[in-house]
Design a protein. Structure first.
Ligand SMILES: Cc1cc2nc3c(=O)[nH]c(=O)nc-3n(C[C@H](O)[C@H](O)[C@H](O)COP(=O)(O)OP(=O)(O)OC[C@H]3O[C@@H](n4cnc5c(N)ncnc54)[C@H](O)[C@@H]3O)c2cc1C
Length: 315
């Protein structure tokens, strides 16, 4: 995950190599890995099937892969072979019925916890938090899984992304798979956000990691703490502990400046206790513009440059 998630930890990916599933599974897995800040270099994809698909290396969602020759129709056989290969604390399964069943049955063998249909994942003090749809897809719920290993199958509704390409060992046995510690990097505890008098928050409107770094510099000149909305954290433009909202910090500064965030309910809940909210957004109809005490309809960089000069001068 990014250093806020489990970026530093190794993980496994399990994909069925059947020609009808393989390509889409790899692309969805690549999307999930990217969106959740996992490092493709830390993952090992276990491809399970009768034959290694053509161009398998080009389609791999992680940098390394291993091919396990087995019949996906014979669950018992697959379970026996896969169980000793799964040495990591986090094991992600492709979104198809074979992999879903495998995740659930393997979790019993490995003494861990499984969850299907995952939309997102966060590491948290040795546990993981999983987002998935609930109530027939009408709501998104967050579940805290405490007992590893964590065997998570992905939602079929996730976006695809281009795979990273890697190298595949033709056949593997349990002995060939390197044993590694079952560890998940916990979310770093403690953030300056909840104590700060002035907080500057960036949203997707920052557009890039560079944008987030520029915002952090400007905030620092003002003597303010910096935070981000969920897309900023999901894109790894800021660290996990900088997340503001229901899933992160609930702040209550004297002044909260919100740059390029639309003001979704999940985000607003995290800032509504601020004494004064100043919203900066290029869209005058963005919900945050109605909820804020003051708003400026303009590009965040221009406004922040002017504010940095003013507030830095006053100090
Ligand atoms: C269970 C669950 C929990 C969640 N928890 C959280 C949470 O804790 N925190 C959180 O933030 N979200 C959370 N979300 C996600 C939330 O619903 C929104 O998707 C998210 O807050 C949107 O982030 P945003 O405002 O940065 O992006 P967007 O909604 O895409 O808004 C980007 C804004 O930037 C503006 N903009 C673009 N360019 C510029 C520019 N140059 N200058 C100024 N403005 C510009 C746009 O007009 C737009 O209004 C959660 C969702 C779920 C389902």
């Amino acid at each position: 995950m990014t250093d806020h998630r489990t970026e530093k930890s190794a993980y496994h990916v399990v994909i069925c190599a059947a020609p009808t599933l393989f390509r889409r599974s790899c692309r969805i897995m690549a999307g999930f890995i990217k969106e959740n800040g996992l490092d493709p270099a830390k993952g090992t994809t276990l491809l399970i099937g009768k034959e290694l698909p053509e161009n398998a290396e080009e389609l791999l969602p992680t940098k390394s892969g291993a091919f396990l020759k087995a019949d996906c129709g014979r669950a018992e056989e697959v379970l026996k072979s896969v169980a000793p290969l799964c040495r990591e604390q986090l094991i992600l399964f492709a979104p198809d019925s074979f992999c879903e069943e495998l995740a659930v049955r393997l979790s019993v063998r490995l003494g861990g916890t499984s969850m299907t249909d995952a939309l997102g994942i966060f590491a948290e003090d040795g546990a993981v938090r999983i987002e998935r749809r609930i109530y027939g897809g009408h709501l998104t719920g967050t579940f805290l899984l405490k007992k590893g290993p964590f065997l998570i199958s992905l939602s079929r509704s996730l976006d695809e992304a281009d795979p990273v390409s890697g190298e595949i060992e033709e056949t593997v046995t349990a002995e060939q798979v390197k044993e590694s510690d079952r560890k998940i990097t916990p979310v770093p505890a403690g953030s300056d956000l909840e104590e700060a008098k002035t907080v500057v928050i960036g949203g997707r409107g920052l557009r890039s990691r560079d944008g987030a770094e520029r915002l952090a510099e400007m905030a620092s000149k003002m003597g303010a703490a910096v935070g981000g909305s969920r897309p900023v954290i999901m894109n790894a433009w800021m660290k996990r502990e900088k997340l503001v909202g229901v899933s992160g910090a609930m702040i209550h500064p004297e002044l909260c400046i919100v740059c390029g965030a639309s003001g979704s309910p999940a985000f607003y809940e995290g800032i509504r206790r601020s004494k004064t909210i100043l919203a900066v957004n290029t869209d005058e109809r963005a919900p945050i513009m109605k909820k804020a005490d003051a708003c400026v309809c303009a590009d965040w960089q221009e406004v922040m440059k002017a504010l940095t000069g003013l507030i830095a001068k006053e100090r």
